[in-house]
Design a protein around this ligand. Structure first.
Ligand code: DLL
Length: 435
C-alpha cells in the first residue's frame, strides 16, 4: 500500500483534472504576485484565463537557472519574506547560488513528497535511518530528515563526511537504512572493507540514493557490497529538492509526484513538446508551491516518460533513470559545479590567467575535480613554493565560495590549448562504468 494511495493510485483522468485545476491556480498566482512572470506572460500575450487544458502549458514561458540568478536572492518570491520559513540554496552557473524559499505550507508539501518517496523505497517506522546527505543549504539533508521523521523512523542525522564515524555509528546503532549520495555510499563500503567491517553482516537493508548521476551497474555494485536494496530519489532545489520523483519496489523507473509537479519532455533543440515515450529535456511546473511558484522549469536533465500501470499499483507517471544533461554541469561530491562558476572565481585571483581546464577523475568512488590553471608569467617563474601558495589560495577560494574541495594545479603560461571555437573546458577521465 502506498503512503498516500489517494494521489499515488488515482485514476489518470482524475489526476489530470486535479492537475489542470492546480495549473490554472498556479499561473494566476504567479501572474498576480511575481512581476517576472507577469512580464514574461505579457510578452507572450498569454493571460491566466488562456489555460483551458493541460496541453496549454506549452503556451507558458520557460524558466531557466539564469532567471533565478538574475533575480537573486528573492526576486521570484511570491510572498513577503515574513511568510518564508526556510531557504535552501544550490550552485548557480556563476558566483552566486540560486535560492529555494519555502512557506510553512511548502515545507509540509515537501515532507509529504519525501514521506511518499521513503515509504515507496521500503522504509518503515521501525527503521533506523542514517541520514548521510549533507545537512545545511543543500536540500538533501533536511529533505530526507523531514520525510523519515514523518514516517516515524529513528533518524540519525550524521550528515556527510567523517566516514569512519559513519561506520562506527552504523554498527553501534544498528542502522537499517542509509540515505546518501550513491558515490558516498560506495566510499562508506570501501572504507568499511579496509576497516574489516562487513556491512553485509550489519542490519543495514536499504539505501535511498540520489542527487547525482549513477548507472545501473553502480546500483548493483552498491547492492552487492552492502547487501542492501539500493533505491533512488530525484529532485532539484528549484522545485523543492528531493521528493519530485522516486523509486518503487519494481526498481524500474521513478514515479513523479504528479499532483505537485506537472512534467513535460521537450526537444532540447527546438523546445517543442515531445510525444509520450520520446527522450528529451525534462521540464517541471510546480502545482502547489507558494513561496516560489515555478513555470516550466528547464531542468536540463534528459529522460523519457512511461505511462503504465506499475507492478507496485501506482498510477503516477514514470520517468526513466536520467541519461545525461544538456549542459556542462558536473556534480562533485553532491555539489553542482558549473565550469563557468569556477571561471568566475578564477577571475577573482590576480595571480592566475583565466585559462583553465577541469579534469574530472575518480578518487576511490568519489568524483574528484582537478583545476589546471595557468599562472601569470611572474608567478610561474617565481618557483615551486610560490606556485604551491597560489594553488592553496585558489582552492581555498573555491572551497570557501562553493563548498567543494578541488585540487588546483598551476601550469605554465600557454599550457592550455587555445580554443578556436568552443573551448574544451572539461575532460572526463573517469572510467566509463563509473560515470
Ligand atoms: O540534488 C536534490 C536531491 C537531493 C535529489 C538528494 C536527490 C537526493 P540540486 O543540488 O539542485 O538538488 O541538484 C539537482 O542533481 O537536476 C540532476 O541533474 C541531479 N540529480 C538529482 N537527483 C538525481 C538522480 C538535488 N537520482 C540536479 N540521478 C538535477 C541523477 C540526479 N541525477
Amino acid at each position: 500500500m502506498p503512503w498516500n494511495d489517494t494521489f499515488e493510485c488515482m485514476p489518470v483522468v482524475d489526476l489530470q483534472k486535479f492537475q489542470l485545476e492546480k495549473l490554472k491556480e498556479t499561473v494566476a498566482y504567479a501572474y498576480e504576485r511575481v512581476p517576472f512572470y507577469r512580464r514574461k506572460l505579457e510578452e507572450l500575450k498569454v493571460k491566466p484565463g488562456d489555460i483551458q487544458c493541460l496541453e496549454d502549458v506549452a503556451k507558458l514561458p520557460f524558466t531557466v537557472k539564469n532567471d533565478l540568478r538574475d533575480n537573486y536572492p528573492f526576486g521570484l518570491c511570491a510572498v513577503p519574506l515574513k511568510e518564508v520559513v526556510r531557504v535552501h540554496a544550490s550552485s548557480g552557473t556563476t558566483g552566486k547560488p540560486i535560492t529555494g524559499p519555502y512557506t510553512a505550507d511548502d515545507l509540509e508539501q515537501w515532507t509529504e513528497c519525501m514521506a511518499r518517496s521513503l515509504w515507496s523505497a521500503g522504509i518503515r517506522p521501525d527503521d533506523i535511518a542514517q541520514n548521510a546527505y549533507g545537512h545545511g543549504l543543500f536540500t538533501g539533508g533536511l529533505g530526507f530528515h523531514q520525510g523519515a521523521t514523518r514516517l516515524g523512523c529513528t533518524v540519525v542525522p550524521t550528515s556527510s563526511g567523517l566516514t569512519e564515524r559513519q561506520i562506527m555509528l552504523m554498527k553501534d546503532f544498528g542502522s537499517t537504512a542509509l540515505l546518501s549520495t550513491p558515490s558516498y555510499a560506495l566510499t562508506i563500503a570501501e572504507r568499511a572493507e579496509e576497516l574489516k567491517v562487513n556491512i553485509r553482516d550489519l542490519p543495514l537493508r536499504i539505501g535511498v540514493f540520489g542527487a547525482e548521476p549513477w548507472t545501473i551497474a553502480m546500483r548493483e555494485e552498491i547492492e552487492r557490497r552492502m547487501g542492501i536494496r539500493a533505491m533512488e530519489a530525484y529532485g532539484l532545489t528549484e522545485l523543492c529538492g528531493p521528493g519530485i520523483a522516486f523509486d518503487c519496489e519494481a526498481q524500474d523507473g521513478l514515479h513523479i509526484n504528479e499532483d505537485h509537479f506537472l512534467a513535460e519532455i521537450v526537444d532540447p533543440g527546438t523546445f517543442e513538446p515531445l510525444p509520450l515515450g520520446e527522450k528529451g529535456e525534462l521540464i517541471f511546473t510546480s502545482l502547489q508551491r507558494r513561496a516560489m511558484p515555478m513555470l516550466r522549469y528547464r531542468t536540463k536533465d534528459i529522460t523519457r516518460f512511461r505511462r503504465e500501470t506499475c507492478a507496485c499499483g501506482r498510477t503516477l507517471l514514470k520517468m526513466d533513470k536520467l541519461s545525461g544533461r544538456t549542459d556542462d554541469m558536473l556534480i562533485i561530491s553532491g555539489v553542482n559545479v558549473f565550469p563557468s562558476q569556477i571561471e568566475a572565481l578564477l577571475l577573482e585571483i590576480p595571480e592566475v590567467e583565466p585559462q583553465y581546464r577541469l579534469l574530472v577523475r575518480k578518487k576511490g568512488y568519489l568524483d574528484h575535480l582537478v583545476v589546471q590553471v595557468e599562472g601569470k608569467k611572474e608567478i610561474y617563474e617565481a618557483g615551486a613554493e610560490k606556485r604551491l601558495e597560489i594553488e592553496a589560495k585558489v582552492s581555498g577560494h573555491i572551497k570557501g565560495m562553493m563548498g567543494v574541495g578541488v585540487e588546483v594545479n598551476i601550469v605554465e603560461p600557454k599550457f592550455i590549448t587555445r580554443s578556436e571555437g568552443k573551448a574544451l573546458r572539461v575532460v572526463d577521465e573517469r572510467p566509463k562504468h563509473l560515470r
